[in-house]
Ligand binder design. Structure first.
Ligand SMILES: Nc1nc2c(c(=O)[nH]1)N[C@H]1C(S)=C(S)[C@@H](COP(=O)(O)OP(=O)(O)OC[C@H]3O[C@@H](n4cnc5c(=O)[nH]c(N)nc54)[C@H](O)[C@@H]3O)O[C@H]1N2
Ligand SMILES: Nc1nc2c(c(=O)[nH]1)N[C@H]1C(S)=C(S)[C@@H](COP(=O)(O)OP(=O)(O)OC[C@H]3O[C@@H](n4cnc5c(=O)[nH]c(N)nc54)[C@H](O)[C@@H]3O)O[C@H]1N2
Ligand code: SF4
Ligand SMILES: [Mo]
Length: 748
């Protein structure tokens, strides 16, 4: 029998959330836990509430947490299996030091000796080459407390400008677009506003696989009569249940948004009152889209004119609506422009800041939202403050009790850090919660740069592919071994609760950072004894900033099942819906709902430019990359969870049967895909759910199976996000299996 196309399997997987309830009770039947700990899943930005079953300092299973409002007990397949990672034999229980003589390349070393070595190398490199010769890469899977500490560690302890984070690969196009348009970067609404809306527009978001709980909101909206529009080069599982699917060519979304606005203007599907009173810049945008006729839009996007007309009519004539997007429109060298285009449709309709009217990018990492607010970005200070702004610098210098002139100026983005390794400006690197070798584009380059460093140290609980290049590896903590806050996709600040103690020599990440500060003899400001103390300082630091957390406490989070920021005072309940007429706004101060001094939102002209590397005769196809439901990011965690590996063991090249036929490729054949940067040989997966001019490869694998060996290191000029979603590629049936094929699982 022919294999089920992957996306059909995934529809079944998308039902996983609903099945999870029963499974949870069955998995550990017969084993009585000592206790249940209410917390959240460690993986994606949905941040589902879950109860971990704990016995003898081990997480042995889970129970649904029905009362947590966002997911109401539902979980996806990753959440159901997440508890299995802690017991994996690869868990780092000691620090490691490089030892070329040993078989694995490392030997265990005592924790204190490892900290001394790291501090010694930081001191040596900074004394020899200057403070900025040491760089830091941090992560948005960390709690907000840790991300705050990392920003402080870079600016106050190491006094280096060079810190950035893996959200640079993820959320920054949306962040920049939101800041430019609204003056604030957060989902404008809680997802409840989706439930009774007329239309949900989903661009470049594989909702069922990557934001699985959001599926339930979209489906409930549809049951209540909403029309669902999906824009994606692939018919993802959510697209199978939508009302209108637009099969866009990768890299052309701004053309579509401009074309839709053109039709809204032509048909006068506009909210003039809103545009006049609450926005600026409409006329310039209207002029710009005058040229974006349906005909031109269809030519550029590859979508039939009829589809464009239908989408414009559904969107244009709706009374309420919810616009969402994710990395499909953001991972581009013009990702910010795409986001601005989406926002223009929202502003022109006037459907924001009131019930059932919403806009949100769907955040990715567990703390994709909180992790981008409190100072681990290269140009940012806590509370979404600006590292280049003298007043902001002074405010934070006061909180940190450091001379403001000692605070470094803004640094560079995460990829640029590697270019600075190449030029020799950066000689040492510490990474926490970041696997750059697997996750950055054109990764052969990244790998060579890790080797060029004089000293590299990684803090992780597994020896990830980047850490294999390290001189010292420090054993960090799993999410369930620490407490703290994260901010999930809706902007809801929630609490991670500690379930177990770290095993062996492993330590909570923030303790490791403080131990390094102490060993450097620079412990001032790094003597916190628990995450709550860090959070209390963060609250003060964020006060008065756009991302004001000052009224949030651990107790309030528990009492309210989360608190939406901004929350500027103890008696403030938080802000689930932004931009309501009288909501607190420290920038507009009563002038209007948006976060600019005049209180008005900005329309921005967003010109269309093709992808950096478009197709040509030599490389005639488009390569796009992303995710599958069973794996998470660089796969360090999910490739160590057996049942998830069983669900999706190896990356494959997803292609349309018409394309396959032209190359004489059958299902399961070895196929070589080649770009100007590298090549990869994987099995073909034939699906009718992808454009015939595009191939898709998931990116969760390392080494020879890593698609980032082929992707392009082009970046958006504003956000610096890499262009993961499109580059030019060619394919050919492979003449033989790749050398690593013998390591592959038998094909399922
Ligand atoms: N299972 C799973 N879930 C995850 C993650 C994971 O690794 N695994 N990671 C989390 C993180 S950090 C993130 S950022 C999110 C990402 O969540 P998503 O952005 O939803 O996931 P992606 O697979 O990166 O890409 C989404 C879709 O974009 C489409 N696409 C590609 N090019 C274009 C284009 O030019 N235009 C349009 N309109 N669409 C395009 C792809 O076909 C794909 O279906 O998921 C989060 N959730
Ligand atoms: N081709 C392609 N590449 C992509 C993307 C794509 O769509 N296509 N998507 C991009 C996106 S959106 C993202 S977000 C990035 C993600 O890129 P990465 O951040 O590099 O991916 P992760 O797998 O999360 O790597 C984080 C590492 O941190 C560890 N870790 C997780 N939690 C903790 C913790 O609490 N403490 C410590 N100490 N360690 C921890 C994990 O074990 C893992 O080794 O990848 C990007 N790369
Ligand atoms: S991976 Fe995301 S959707 Fe799945 S259970 Fe975890 S938080 Fe929920
Ligand atoms: Mo992401």
């Amino acid at each position: 029998m022919a294999q089920l196309p992957r996306s059909e399997l995934d529809i079944i997987a998308a039902f996983g959330p609903h099945l999870a309830h029963a499974q949870g009770q069955r998995l550990e039947a017969g084993v009585e836990p000592d206790r249940l700990v209410k917390t959240h899943c460690c993986f994606c930005g949905q941040q589902c509430g879950i109860q971990l079953k704990v016995k003898d300092n081990t997480v042995i299973g889970f129970e649904p947490w029905y009362d947590f409002p966002f997911n109401q007990g539902m979980l996806c397949p990753k959440g159901v299996k997440r508890y299995l990672q802690g017991a994996h034999p690869d868990r780092l229980l000691t620090a490691l030091e490089r030892d070329p003589a040993s078989s694995g390349g490392f030997r265990p070393i005592g924790y204190d000796a490892a900290i001394q070595r790291v501090a010694g190398e930081i001191a040596r490199i900074q004394a020899m080459y200057g403070n900025s010769a040491f760089g830091i890469l941090s992560g948005a899977s960390l709690t907000t407390e840790k991300t705050y500490l990392m920003g402080k560690f870079a600016r106050m302890c190491l006094k280096t400008p060079y810190i950035d984070y893996n959200g640079r690969l993820c959320m920054v196009s949306a962040g920049a677009g939101n800041k430019k348009s609204f003056g604030i970067d957060r989902a404008a609404n809680a997802w409840d506003d989706m439930l009774n809306t007329d239309v949900v527009w989903i661009s470049g978001a594989n909702v069922a696989e990557c934001a699985p709980i959001t599926t339930s909101y979209v489906w409930r909206a549809r049951e209540n009569g909403a029309k669902i529009i999906v824009v994606d080069p692939r018919i993802t599982p959510i697209a199978r249940t939508c009302d209108l699917y637009l099969p866009i060519k990768p890299g052309r979304d701004i053309a579509l948004f401009n074309g839709i606005l053109h039709l809204m203007i032509k048909n006068d599907w506009l909210d003039h009152e809103f545009i006049n009173n609450h926005t600026v810049g409409f006329d310039a945008v209207a002029d710009h889209v005058a040229d974006w006729t349906p005909k031109r839009t269809a030519e550029v996007t590859g979508i039939a004119e009829k589809g464009i007309q239908q989408a414009a009519e559904i969107w244009g004539t709706a009374k309420t609506s919810f616009m969402t997007h994710a990395r499909g429109i953001e991972h581009h060298s013009h990702g910010v422009q795409n986001v601005l285009g989406a926002i223009s449709l929202v502003l022109a309709s006037g459907r924001i800041g009131r019930p059932n009217c919403g806009y949100a990018t769907i955040t990715g990492q567990a703390n994709g939202q909180g992790g981008r607010e409190h100072g681990q970005k290269c140009d940012q200070l806590p509370g979404w403050r600006d590292l280049a702004n003298p007043e902001h610098r002074q405010h934070i210098a006061n909180i940190w009790d450091m001379p403001v002139e000692d605070m470094p100026q803004p640094g560079v983005d995460a990829y640029e850090i590697f270019r600075k390794i190449e030029t020799g400006e950066i000689k040492g690197l510490l990474s926490l919660c970041f696997n750059p070798k697997v996750s950055l584009p054109d990764s052969e380059y990244v790998s060579a740069m890790l080797d060029k460093l004089e000293f590299y140290t990684s803090i992780d609980f597994f020896l990830n592919d980047s850490a294999r290049h390290a001189d010292i590896v420090l054993p960090g903590s799993l999410q369930e071994e620490d407490e703290g806050t994260v901010t999930q996709a809706e902007g809801r600040v929630i609490k991670i609760n500690q379930a177990i103690q770290s095993p062996g020599d492993a330590r909570q990440d923030w303790r490791i950072i403080q131990d390094i500060a102490k060993a450097l003899g620079r412990s001032k400001g790094f003597t916190f004894s628990e995450p709550r103390e860090i959070f209390d300082e963060l609250r003060r630091a964020s006060k008065g900033g756009v991302a004001d957390y000052s009224g949030i406490t651990y107790e309030k989070i528990e009492a309210q099942n989360g608190v939406f920021w901004p929350c500027p005072s103890d008696d403030h309940p938080g802000t689930p819906r932004l931009f309501e007429p009288n909501s607190w706004n420290p920038v507009a101060k009563g002038a209007g709902p948006f976060y600019f001094p005049d209180g008005k939102a900005r329309f921005n002209v967003a010109p269309y430019t093709p992808p950096t590397e478009d197709v040509d005769a030599e490389y005639p196809l488009m390569l796009t990359t992303g995710r599958v439901i069973s794996h998470f990011l660089s796969g360090t965690q999910t490739r160590r969870i057996g049942p998830l590996v069983d669900q999706y063991a190896e990356p494959r090249i997803e292609m349309h049967p018409q394309l396959a036929m032209r190359h004489n490729i059958q299902e399961g054949d070895w196929v070589t895909a080649q770009t100007r940067r590298g090549e990869i040989t994987l099995r073909a997966q034939l699906v009718r759910t992808i454009r015939p001019d595009t191939i898709f490869v998931p990116y969760h694998w390392a080494g020879q199976k890593s698609i980032n060996r082929l992707t392009i290191a082009a970046q958006d000029p504003i956000s610096k996000i890499p262009e993961y979603k499109v580059c030019a590629v060619r394919i050919a049936k492979a003449t033989q299996a790749p050398a690593y094929a013998s390591q592959l699982e038998p094909q399922q």
